[in-house]
Ligand binder design. Structure first.
Ligand SMILES: C[S@@+](CC[C@H](N)C(=O)[O-])C[C@H]1O[C@@H](n2cnc3c(N)ncnc32)[C@H](O)[C@@H]1O
Length: 253
């Protein structure tokens, strides 16, 4: 699979088609004006200064995961796809600790992994493997650099990879693909959905049950994931963080 071909023109065209199909021409034109306005506001020094509010993690771990240093082109692409916003470390640890699973039997997969903060946080748990998929090359190369720099003493998981790919290419029917894979090799799976604006996609799926959540996140599991969360088979499993709005529209296709 090749790196995605991401240009502002193409992203804009795809965005326009997608939004127009969902909301009509005038609503889309208004939304586009709003996107432009947001982009300009976001470029003001005050907004930029505020984005540095997420920099504590970087200071502590000597990495670069802040949203404050993302270039204008990637920020604009972010508005047309899904803006980069790294997860709060406390929230991440709270969710992962609440699973009560044997990490060594699970693969952690972050869909929309940005500069890799969730990957680095997950690497501090003894997952079998930690993997991320990110659409935008600028963000993914920073994630790769972060993985290289991340101190080996802090890692409980040795195998960490960040791939630059369009997740919608192979996760177009993400839940469907996951279901098929779980039917083929039955094993426990947990889905973590951060900022669960389209939670109904999972709630309406009879194979996944909501296990916990707040307004900030939802955790779903399949029937093989027992109440103590221990894997019943030794096969790898996916733990997904979904932060990308496009999965909603992809899902329906
Ligand atoms: C809210 S950020 C997630 C940050 C990351 N999970 C973390 O916590 O550090 C959402 C990310 O999804 C990426 N994204 C959007 N559409 C995507 C797609 N189709 N395939 C892969 N990544 C995508 C965006 O570029 C952005 O970096």
């Amino acid at each position: 699979m090749n790196q995605p071909d991401i240009s502002i023109g193409r992203s804009l065209r795809d965005w326009w088609k997608r939004e127009r199909a969902a909301a009509g021409r005038w609503a889309t034109a208004r939304k586009l004006a709003h996107v432009g306005w947001e982009f300009l506001r976001d470029s003001l020094p005050e907004r930029r200064r505020r984005r540095y509010g997420d920099v504590d993690y970087d200071w502590e771990f000597r990495v670069n995961t802040t949203s404050a240093t993302v270039g204008w082109r990637t920020r604009l692409l972010g508005l047309l796809h899904s803006p980069y916003q790294p997860i709060e470390p406390e929230l991440f640890r709270h969710i992962i600790n609440s699973l009560g699973i044997d990490f060594s039997r699970f693969t952690f997969l972050d869909i929309g992994s940005g500069k890799g903060r969730a990957l680095l946080l997950a690497a501090q748990y003894p997952f079998r493997r930690v993997m991320g998929i990110e659409l935008l090359p600028e963000l993914n190369s920073v994630a790769e650099e972060n993985i290289r720099k991340f101190s080996s003493e802090k890692r409980a998981c040795r195998e960490i990879h960040a791939f630059c790919r369009d997740a919608s290419e192979f996760s177009l029917k993400l839940v469907g693909n996951l279901e098929a894979s779980l039917r083929e090799i039955p094993r426990p799976a947990y889905l973590i959905y951060v900022n669960p604006v389209f939670e109904e996609i999972l709630s309406s799926n009879s194979r996944f049950t909501k296990m916990s959540g707040t307004h900030q996140y939802s955790v779903f599991r399949n029937a093989n994931a027992g109440s103590n969360g221990h894997a019943e088979t030794p096969t790898g499993t996916r733990s997904l963080t979904w932060t990308d709005r496009r999965f909603k529209s992809s899902e329906g296709t």
